[in-house]
Design a protein around this ligand. Structure first.
Ligand SMILES: [Cu+2]
Length: 204
Protein backbone atom coordinates (compact mmCIF):
# COMPACT_ATOMS: atom_id res chain seq x y z
CA UNK A 1 0.00 0.00 0.00
CA UNK A 2 1.11 3.57 -0.58
CA UNK A 3 1.26 5.88 2.38
CA UNK A 4 -1.93 7.60 1.35
CA UNK A 5 -3.67 4.23 1.04
CA UNK A 6 -2.36 3.26 4.44
CA UNK A 7 -3.77 6.42 5.89
CA UNK A 8 -7.13 5.95 4.19
CA UNK A 9 -7.35 2.33 5.27
CA UNK A 10 -6.64 3.40 8.82
CA UNK A 11 -9.33 6.04 8.72
CA UNK A 12 -11.86 3.68 7.16
CA UNK A 13 -11.16 1.02 9.74
CA UNK A 14 -11.46 3.31 12.70
CA UNK A 15 -13.77 6.19 11.89
CA UNK A 16 -17.09 4.43 11.65
CA UNK A 17 -16.86 2.99 15.12
CA UNK A 18 -16.38 6.26 16.95
CA UNK A 19 -19.98 7.17 17.68
CA UNK A 20 -21.03 6.19 21.14
CA UNK A 21 -17.56 6.17 22.55
CA UNK A 22 -18.28 6.19 26.26
CA UNK A 23 -16.15 8.60 28.19
CA UNK A 24 -14.96 10.35 25.05
CA UNK A 25 -15.62 14.04 25.21
CA UNK A 26 -14.63 15.11 21.75
CA UNK A 27 -15.05 12.43 19.09
CA UNK A 28 -18.66 11.94 18.07
CA UNK A 29 -19.97 14.44 15.51
CA UNK A 30 -23.25 15.99 16.55
CA UNK A 31 -22.67 15.35 20.22
CA UNK A 32 -19.72 17.67 20.54
CA UNK A 33 -19.60 19.64 23.72
CA UNK A 34 -16.68 21.67 24.78
CA UNK A 35 -14.42 19.47 26.85
CA UNK A 36 -13.94 20.55 30.47
CA UNK A 37 -10.49 21.74 31.35
CA UNK A 38 -8.24 18.72 31.81
CA UNK A 39 -6.98 17.49 35.16
CA UNK A 40 -3.91 16.11 33.45
CA UNK A 41 -2.16 16.50 30.12
CA UNK A 42 -0.13 13.64 28.69
CA UNK A 43 2.26 14.07 25.78
CA UNK A 44 2.94 10.89 23.85
CA UNK A 45 5.61 10.52 21.18
CA UNK A 46 5.75 7.51 18.84
CA UNK A 47 9.00 6.23 17.32
CA UNK A 48 10.44 3.07 15.79
CA UNK A 49 9.55 1.20 18.01
CA UNK A 50 7.89 2.49 21.08
CA UNK A 51 6.27 5.38 22.89
CA UNK A 52 7.52 8.04 25.27
CA UNK A 53 5.10 9.61 27.73
CA UNK A 54 5.69 12.99 29.36
CA UNK A 55 3.50 14.98 31.69
CA UNK A 56 3.01 18.71 31.26
CA UNK A 57 6.01 19.56 33.44
CA UNK A 58 8.32 17.71 31.03
CA UNK A 59 8.85 14.64 33.23
CA UNK A 60 9.07 11.31 31.43
CA UNK A 61 7.10 8.43 32.95
CA UNK A 62 6.95 4.69 32.30
CA UNK A 63 3.46 4.81 33.84
CA UNK A 64 1.18 7.67 34.89
CA UNK A 65 -1.37 7.20 37.67
CA UNK A 66 -4.62 9.18 37.52
CA UNK A 67 -7.91 9.07 39.42
CA UNK A 68 -11.17 7.62 38.17
CA UNK A 69 -13.20 10.40 36.55
CA UNK A 70 -10.18 12.58 35.77
CA UNK A 71 -10.34 14.42 32.47
CA UNK A 72 -7.22 13.63 30.49
CA UNK A 73 -5.91 15.64 27.57
CA UNK A 74 -3.91 13.22 25.44
CA UNK A 75 -1.56 14.88 22.95
CA UNK A 76 0.20 12.51 20.54
CA UNK A 77 2.75 12.96 17.78
CA UNK A 78 5.24 11.10 15.63
CA UNK A 79 8.79 11.75 16.83
CA UNK A 80 9.72 12.44 13.16
CA UNK A 81 7.09 15.17 12.82
CA UNK A 82 9.24 18.19 13.57
CA UNK A 83 6.59 20.77 12.80
CA UNK A 84 4.09 19.05 15.09
CA UNK A 85 6.72 18.85 17.83
CA UNK A 86 7.49 22.55 17.43
CA UNK A 87 3.93 23.26 18.59
CA UNK A 88 4.30 21.43 21.89
CA UNK A 89 4.86 23.38 25.10
CA UNK A 90 8.53 24.26 25.35
CA UNK A 91 9.10 22.36 28.59
CA UNK A 92 7.86 19.18 26.89
CA UNK A 93 9.93 19.76 23.76
CA UNK A 94 13.13 20.31 25.64
CA UNK A 95 12.66 17.10 27.63
CA UNK A 96 11.93 14.82 24.68
CA UNK A 97 14.66 12.18 24.51
CA UNK A 98 16.77 12.24 21.35
CA UNK A 99 16.67 9.45 18.80
CA UNK A 100 19.96 7.93 19.92
CA UNK A 101 18.72 7.53 23.49
CA UNK A 102 15.46 5.99 22.33
CA UNK A 103 17.20 3.59 19.98
CA UNK A 104 19.69 2.48 22.62
CA UNK A 105 16.87 1.66 25.05
CA UNK A 106 14.93 0.03 22.26
CA UNK A 107 17.72 -2.36 21.33
CA UNK A 108 17.39 -3.99 24.73
CA UNK A 109 13.64 -4.61 24.30
CA UNK A 110 13.37 -5.88 20.74
CA UNK A 111 14.65 -9.30 19.70
CA UNK A 112 17.36 -9.16 17.03
CA UNK A 113 16.07 -9.87 13.53
CA UNK A 114 16.95 -13.24 11.99
CA UNK A 115 18.59 -11.46 9.06
CA UNK A 116 20.30 -8.10 9.26
CA UNK A 117 20.54 -5.79 12.27
CA UNK A 118 18.05 -3.74 14.20
CA UNK A 119 19.69 -0.59 12.83
CA UNK A 120 19.06 -1.82 9.26
CA UNK A 121 15.47 -2.70 10.08
CA UNK A 122 14.95 0.71 11.64
CA UNK A 123 16.36 2.46 8.56
CA UNK A 124 14.04 0.40 6.33
CA UNK A 125 11.09 1.22 8.55
CA UNK A 126 11.88 4.93 8.52
CA UNK A 127 11.91 4.88 4.72
CA UNK A 128 8.98 2.57 4.02
CA UNK A 129 6.70 2.69 7.06
CA UNK A 130 7.25 6.09 8.67
CA UNK A 131 3.81 6.45 10.26
CA UNK A 132 2.39 5.12 13.51
CA UNK A 133 -0.84 5.32 15.41
CA UNK A 134 -1.73 5.11 19.05
CA UNK A 135 -4.58 3.50 20.93
CA UNK A 136 -5.07 3.29 24.67
CA UNK A 137 -6.44 -0.16 25.47
CA UNK A 138 -7.04 -2.12 28.67
CA UNK A 139 -3.86 -3.99 29.59
CA UNK A 140 -3.74 -7.70 29.00
CA UNK A 141 -6.33 -8.03 26.25
CA UNK A 142 -5.85 -6.04 23.11
CA UNK A 143 -9.26 -5.30 21.59
CA UNK A 144 -10.75 -8.25 23.46
CA UNK A 145 -13.12 -5.99 25.36
CA UNK A 146 -15.11 -5.51 22.17
CA UNK A 147 -14.35 -1.98 21.12
CA UNK A 148 -14.79 1.34 22.81
CA UNK A 149 -16.18 2.52 26.06
CA UNK A 150 -16.34 0.72 29.34
CA UNK A 151 -13.72 -1.98 29.35
CA UNK A 152 -12.57 -0.95 25.88
CA UNK A 153 -10.51 1.77 24.27
CA UNK A 154 -10.57 5.13 25.94
CA UNK A 155 -10.66 7.06 22.68
CA UNK A 156 -10.57 6.51 19.00
CA UNK A 157 -7.08 5.46 17.78
CA UNK A 158 -5.04 8.44 16.60
CA UNK A 159 -3.07 8.33 13.34
CA UNK A 160 0.43 9.74 13.77
CA UNK A 161 1.86 10.72 10.39
CA UNK A 162 5.59 11.33 10.14
CA UNK A 163 4.89 14.60 8.32
CA UNK A 164 1.99 15.85 10.47
CA UNK A 165 2.12 19.57 11.11
CA UNK A 166 0.20 19.49 14.39
CA UNK A 167 -0.01 17.07 17.30
CA UNK A 168 -3.20 14.98 17.48
CA UNK A 169 -5.38 15.33 20.54
CA UNK A 170 -8.05 13.40 22.36
CA UNK A 171 -9.73 14.46 25.57
CA UNK A 172 -11.46 11.81 27.62
CA UNK A 173 -12.69 11.00 31.07
CA UNK A 174 -11.18 7.93 32.71
CA UNK A 175 -14.09 5.52 33.12
CA UNK A 176 -13.00 2.66 35.36
CA UNK A 177 -10.11 1.78 37.62
CA UNK A 178 -7.92 -0.30 35.40
CA UNK A 179 -4.52 -0.34 33.75
CA UNK A 180 -4.26 0.78 30.15
CA UNK A 181 -1.50 0.21 27.62
CA UNK A 182 -0.44 2.13 24.54
CA UNK A 183 -0.45 0.18 21.29
CA UNK A 184 0.49 1.06 17.73
CA UNK A 185 -2.20 -0.07 15.26
CA UNK A 186 -0.37 0.96 12.09
CA UNK A 187 2.20 -1.42 10.61
CA UNK A 188 5.57 0.28 11.01
CA UNK A 189 8.14 -2.33 10.06
CA UNK A 190 10.05 -5.08 11.82
CA UNK A 191 9.51 -3.88 15.37
CA UNK A 192 5.79 -3.15 15.04
CA UNK A 193 4.66 -6.21 17.06
CA UNK A 194 6.74 -4.89 19.96
CA UNK A 195 5.41 -1.36 19.77
CA UNK A 196 3.46 -1.10 22.96
CA UNK A 197 3.87 0.42 26.39
CA UNK A 198 2.30 -1.78 29.03
CA UNK A 199 0.37 -0.10 31.84
CA UNK A 200 1.23 3.39 30.58
CA UNK A 201 -1.88 4.70 32.35
CA UNK A 202 -3.09 3.42 35.69
CA UNK A 203 -6.54 4.59 36.83
CA UNK A 204 -7.16 4.31 40.59
CU1 LIG B 1 3.38 0.22 14.47
Amino acid sequence: MTREQTRRAFLAATTGAAVGLAGCLSAAPGTRRSPPSPDRSLFVGAFHWGFVVLTGDGTRHPSVTVSEGDVIQFVAFNMEAETAISRLPQVVRTHLPDHEALEAANDADIPPPPNGTLAQKRAEANAEYPDHSVALVPSGGMMSGGGMGRGGMLFHPLFLAHDATTPVEATFETPVAEEYSLECLTYCGYGHPYMDLDDALAVR
